[in-house]
Design a protein around this ligand. Structure first.
Ligand code: A3P
Length: 262
């Protein structure tokens, strides 16, 4: 009686927030089944045109009592996605994992930089992309900056879903202290608490928590998760933090979750 079920919860973002770690860690729960790949159904017009049955067939097999979760971080920032998800299931649960916005932007840059380097291409320095050379102000056209303005994106989602349908995960805390963050998600998803400290162990070589499924099977995330960030000019960091500050305040206000972001 295995079936392919549409997701009852989606990790909609944020890119570089720790979306992979969150999905893999939730998958430790016996009642959670993950879609391993990013499906990009709602943000990609070509995929979306294939219809909901195409999407369902991309889902893993599970037992009826289990819940399927997928993650595609591009959903959070893509204009059309909230309406499309609403049309599929207006009561779906939505997970958003965030990190301190400036750190997230640098992580985003680091990923793109690595892609360029792999192709032997040179790339701009972060400082050049993040600051407008003419005005010396933060370059709001730079995608890595825009993605970190969490409140702007969330406000678009709130036209379709009430705030109660969202749960915000602290991506910085998921790195240092994953269990309490996962327990909050279990509660949000109405799952019995099953993930325990046994399932998470710190791997000093990796510098991150890794996952222990049982006595024989454990795994760490791929090496592309947890990159070393390039050093960024401190005046640029300060400028970015100042820029994000009012947006962060609004985000705390809307979500009811406050972070110690500078
Ligand atoms: P960095 O590469 O900047 O360190 P995403 O999966 O959304 O792309 O997020 C990647 C980020 O997940 C990494 O960003 C890393 O810091 C974070 N992360 C959180 N928990 C992790 C874990 N247990 N192992 C590896 N990376 C983890």
């Amino acid at each position: 009686n295995l079936v392919q079920q549409l997701p009852r919860a989606i990790i909609i973002g944020v890119r570089k927030g720790g979306t992979r770690a969150l999905l893999e860690m939730l998958n430790l729960h016996p009642a959670v089944v993950k879609a391993s790949q990013e499906i990009h159904f709602f943000d990609n017009d070509e995929n979306y045109a294939k219809g909901i049955e195409w999407y369902r067939k991309k889902m893993p097999f599970s037992y009826p009592h289990q819940i399927t979760i997928e993650k595609s971080p591009a959903y959070f920032i893509t204009e059309e996605v909230p309406e499309r998800i609403y049309k599929m299931n207006s009561s779906i649960k939505l997970l958003i994992i965030v990190r301190e916005p400036t750190t997230r932007a640098i992580s985003d840059y680091t990923q793109v930089l690595e892609g360029k380097e792999r192709k032997n291409k040179t790339y701009y320095k972060f400082e050049k992309l993040a600051i407008d050379a003419n005005t010396c102000e933060v370059n709001t056209k730079y995608k890595a900056v825009r993605t970190s303005i969490y409140t702007k994106h969330l406000e678009r989602w709130l036209k379709y879903f009430p705030i109660e349908q969202f749960h915000i995960v602290d991506g910085d805390r998921l790195i240092t202290e994953p269990l309490p963050e996962l327990q909050l998600v279990e509660q949000f998803l109405n799952l019995p608490p099953r993930i325990s400290q046994y399932n998470l162990y710190f791997n000093a070589t990796r510098g991150f928590y890794c996952l222990r499924f049982n006595i024989v099977f454990n795994k760490c995330l791929a090496g592309s998760k947890g990159r070393i960030h390039p050093e960024v000019d401190s005046s640029v960091i300060t400028k970015l933090r100042k820029f994000f500050h009012p947006f962060n305040q609004k985000f705390y206000q809307i979500t009811g979750r406050t972070f110690n972001w500078p």
